[in-house]
Design a protein around this ligand. Structure first.
Ligand code: CP
Length: 307
């Protein structure tokens, strides 16, 4: 694994290696050789992903290089590739990028000698979010085979839905989508069900917010969205006793989820955020190890990870 761009080509063995390494990081963090620099290039707003990458890098003993688009030389016309190469030339040994383009990484692919991590690509993929979601499910159920996972919300504009659909199918889970008209995605060969059916049958209900910033025109800004397609109190009562609620956040309380359910007993939303740190530590460690940047005591199973 040279870069971490998509969950599409990840094998089940690779995913389990990331999850097990994340669990190991949670129990006993291991430092990378000190003095290494990581560059976090965020061209879109972020609270969770950016902060958890910073924390993950610093827990690993790395120094973090921040980036502000507005004060960078990209305002003078510098390309993403030249910006990335500049950070590499100055000494960054890891590049984390979030960008509004679905395939921003095509501009860098095969042209960088340091690992690149996709921290969110338009409505394309968000693979590190998927890995932290999987870690949260793994902690809950211990396996994925035949687990019923319903992904509900604005599927069409969601990079989280796509990355999770690929990875969950690889792991043998039964995945379905529940979406309002216009928010469906038929490109992924995943069945669509109603929100009521999703709540009845799921082991995991993964909610998504409406991605207004990726819509061509305003839509579903009315109160009826919550009643028609959201997780209401009544729908939560339909769920199986053991079923859990996930959401990548930010949450729009009262829209895709009743505000009283955000921190209810079933909710793992803040657990997901905590898991984001360990998952990102694991991915960084595996990538740097692949490039020959060693830890003091890095586990053998991480050294043999293969996609
Ligand atoms: N889940 C997620 O990507 O959140 P941020 O946009 O705050 O990083």
């Amino acid at each position: 694994m040279r870069d971490f761009i998509s969950t599409r080509e990840l094998s089940a063995a690779s995913i389990y290696s990331i999850l097990e390494t994340a669990e190991a990081m949670r129990n006993k963090p291991e430092s990378i050789q000190s003095g290494r620099f990581a560059a976090n290039l965020f061209f879109e707003p972020s609270t969770r992903t950016k902060t958890s990458f910073q924390v993950a890098e610093q827990k690993l003993g790395m120094k973090t290089l921040d980036f502000q688009m507005e004060s960078s030389s990209m305002t003078k016309g510098e390309s993403l590739y030249d910006t990335a190469r500049t950070y590499e030339a100055i000494g960054a040994e890891l590049l984390v990028v979030r960008h509004a383009c679905d395939h921003w990484y095509d501009e860098l692919a095969g042209r960088m000698s340091i690992p690149i991590i996709n921290a969110g690509a338009g409505k394309g993929e968000h693979p590190t979010q998927s890995m932290l979601d999987l870690l949260t499910i793994y902690q809950e159920f211990g396996s994925f085979g035949n687990l019923n996972v319903a992904i509900a919300g604005d599927i069409k504009h969601s990079r989280v839905a796509r990355s999770n659909a690929y990875a969950l199918k690889t792991l043998g889970a039964n995945v379905c989508f529940a979406a309002a008209p216009g928010f469906e995605d038929d490109s992924l060969d995943i069945p669509h069900v109603s929100m009521d059916e999703a709540c009845d049958m799921c082991d995991v209900l993964m909610l998504l917010r409406i991605q207004h910033e990726r819509h061509a025109s305003a839509s579903y800004r009315t109160k009826s969205y919550h009643a028609d397609y959201g997780l209401t109190i009544a729908r939560e009562r339909q769920m199986q006793d053991h079923a859990v609620i996930l959401h990548p956040a930010p949450v729009n309380r009262g829209v895709e989820i009743d505000t009283r359910l955000v921190e209810c007993n079933r909710s793992r939303i803040f657990k997901q955020m905590e898991n984001g740190v360990y998952t990102r530590m694991a991915i960084i460690s595996i990538l740097l190890n692949e490039r020959g940047v060693n830890h003091e005591n890095f586990t053998e199973k991480c050294k043999t990870i293969a996609t």
